[in-house]
Design a protein around this ligand. Structure first.
Ligand SMILES: Cc1ncc(COP(=O)(O)O)c(C=O)c1O
Length: 415
C-alpha cells in the first residue's frame, strides 16, 4: 500500500508517495518469492504477457535500424514516416479520419496516456473512471492532479451508460473508456459508444478512449470511438485515442504506442508534455513499429490464439460457477470467488501456495482513494463488490492456462 500522508502533510511529503502502487507488484513479488523458495516455476496467470512472440520481420526492423545507425533523436511526436503510416492505419482499420500532426508516438501507450492526462488536467477537475479499472489509469489520474470519480458498471461488467450523468458534475472534465476492457473483458457496442459520446457532448467532457486491446475482440467487433466523430470539424471533436503495439504484435518490452489527439490545440498541449517528458520516442523501436504495421497476418494469428485459449479454458470456470460468461474481448477474465467463502486476496494467496498458480486479486482494480482539498490522497479504501473478484490472464500458453484453470477450479471446489 501507499505511504499515508502525515497528519500535517507538508511540502516534504510528496503527493505521489500517497498514491497506491499497482496491486500487480504484490503478486509478482509473491510469485517470485515462491519460485526462489521452491525452485518450481509458477504458472503466471496474473500477468498479461503473451505466449506468442514479436513477428521476425518486426525484430528485423528493430535490429536493422540499430545496425544501420538509425539511433538519433526524432521529434517529440515521433518519425513523420511512422505517423503517416499510423494515420493510414487509423483510417482503414479504425475509421478514424485524422492527420499525422495529431498523432503522437509514445514509449508505450501507458506513457501516452499519462502525458495526455497531464496535457488536459486543470486544478480541481474530475476524471470519470470505470468502477473496476486498470490500476494504472487511477495512478495516472492522480499524478496529473485529477480527482477521480468512479462510474458504475452493470452486472455483466459493461458500462452503465444511463447512470453516467448521475456521477458527473460541473467539475467533470473527461471520461476514460477502455474497450475491450482490462480487467473485465467487456466490449462496448457501437450504440453504447454513440450514447456515451452524446453524453460527453451534452456535458462537454473530453473522452479518452484506451484501445490497447483493439485487435482482441471475440464477440462483436471493435469500434473506435473517434470514428463516431470523424465527420465533425476537428475543433468540435473531443475524443483522444490511445493504441498499443504491445498486445497486437507481442512487443510489450519494446515500449511502443501512440496517442491521437482530437485537434491542433490539444496536439500542441500534448507536444509540450512530450517534449518535457521524453524528448522523443526510441528511434529503432519506431522502425520496428513501421515493420509491425504490415504484419496483418500475425495480428490475426495472435487474436485466434487468445480466442482458442479462451474457448478451451474458460468454459470450465463457467461450469464451476466462477464466471458468468466468456469475456467478449481483451486478455483477461474476471472471476467471482465469493462462493468459496474467501475474499480475493485470501483466495489468490491460498491458490498460489497450494497449486503454484498465480492470479491477481481484483481489489486493487477498484481502489477508492480519498483525496483532500490539496489533491493529496489521505486514505485508500476499495469497492466492496471487487473484494471477491480475481483476474486471470488468458493470453499465455494455452496448455498452462488450461492446467492453471483446472487447478483453480479444484482449489475452489475443495472450499
Ligand atoms: C488497458 C490498458 N491500457 C494500456 C496498457 C499499456 O500498454 P503499453 O504501455 O504496453 O502500450 C495496458 C497494458 O497492460 C492496458 O492493459
Amino acid at each position: 500500500m501507499a505511504a499515508s500522508a502525515p497528519a500535517s502533510a507538508s511540502a516534504e511529503f510528496p503527493p505521489a508517495a500517497g498514491i497506491p502502487p499497482s496491486c500487480l507488484h504484490d503478486v509478482f513479488r509473491a510469485a517470485d518469492a515462491l519460485e526462489r523458495e521452491t525452485g518450481r516455476p509458477v504458472n503466471q496467470l496474473h500477468v498479461g504477457e503473451p505466449s506468442f512472440r514479436m513477428p521476425p520481420e518486426v525484430a528485423e526492423g528493430l535490429t536493422k535500424a540499430i545496425t544501420d545507425g538509425r539511433t538519433t533523436y526524432t521529434s517529440a511526436e515521433g518519425m513523420p514516416r511512422l505517423r503517416e503510416a499510423l494515420t493510414a492505419k487509423l483510417e482503414t482499420e479504425n475509421g478514424h479520419h485524422t492527420t499525422p500532426d495529431r498523432v503522437f508516438v509514445s514509449p508505450g501507450s501507458c506513457q501516452g496516456l499519462a502525458a495526455l492526462l497531464q496535457s488536459i488536467a486543470t486544478p480541481g477537475a474530475e476524471l470519470l473512471l470505470p468502477e473496476v479499472h486498470w490500476p494504472i489509469h487511477l495512478q495516472q489520474a492522480l499524478l496529473a492532479g485529477f480527482r477521480p470519480v468512479f462510474y458504475p458498471l452493470r452486472a455483466d461488467l459493461g458500462v452503465d451508460i444511463e447512470r453516467l450523468a448521475d456521477v458527473s458534475g460541473p467539475r467533470t472534465r473527461a471520461i476514460v473508456v477502455n474497450t475491450p476492457s482490462n480487467p473485465t473483458g467487456a466490449v462496448l457496442e457501437e450504440a453504447e459508444l454513440r450514447r456515451l459520446l452524446a453524453l460527453a457532448e451534452e456535458h462537454n467532457w473530453y473522452v479518452i478512449s484506451d484501445e490497447a486491446y483493439e485487435h482482441f475482440v471475440y464477440e462483436g467487433q471493435h469500434v473506435s470511438l473517434a470514428s463516431l466523430e470523424r465527420d465533425l470539424p476537428p475543433d468540435r471533436r473531443r475524443v483522444f485515442s490511445t493504441y498499443s503495439f504491445s498486445k497486437s504484435y507481442a512487443m510489450t518490452g519494446c515500449r511502443l504506442g501512440y496517442v491521437v489527439t482530437p485537434n491542433d490545440v490539444t496536439a500542441s498541449a500534448l507536444r509540450v508534455v512530450q517534449e518535457a517528458s521524453i524528448i522523443a520516442p526510441a528511434t529503432p523501436v519506431q522502425y520496428a513499429g513501421l515493420a509491425a504495421l504490415d504484419a496483418h497476418a500475425a495480428v490475426r494469428r495472435h487474436r485466434e490464439m487468445v480466442r482458442a485459449a479462451r474457448d478451451e479454458a474458460l468454459p470450465m470456470l463457467v461450469t464451476a460457477g466462477l464466471l458468468d460468461a466468456l469475456p467478449a474481448g481483451g486478455w483477461y477474465a474476471l472471476l467471482d470467488v465469493g462462493r468459496t467463502g474467501m475474499d480475493a486476496n485470501t483466495f489468490a494467496e491460498g491458490l498460489l501456495a497450494a497449486t503454484d498458480v498465480a492470479v491477481a486479486p481484483a481489489t486493487g482494480f477498484a481502489l477508492r482513494p480519498v483525496v483532500d482539498n490539496t489533491g493529496r490522497v489521505t486514505e485508500v479504501g476499495s469497492l466492496p463488490m471487487a473484494r471477491h473478484l480475481v483476474r486471470v490472464a488468458i493470453c499465455g500458453d494455452r496448455e498452462l492456462l488450461c492446467a492453471g484453470v483446472r487447478a483453480l477450479v479444484d482449489f475452489a471446489s475443495q472450499r
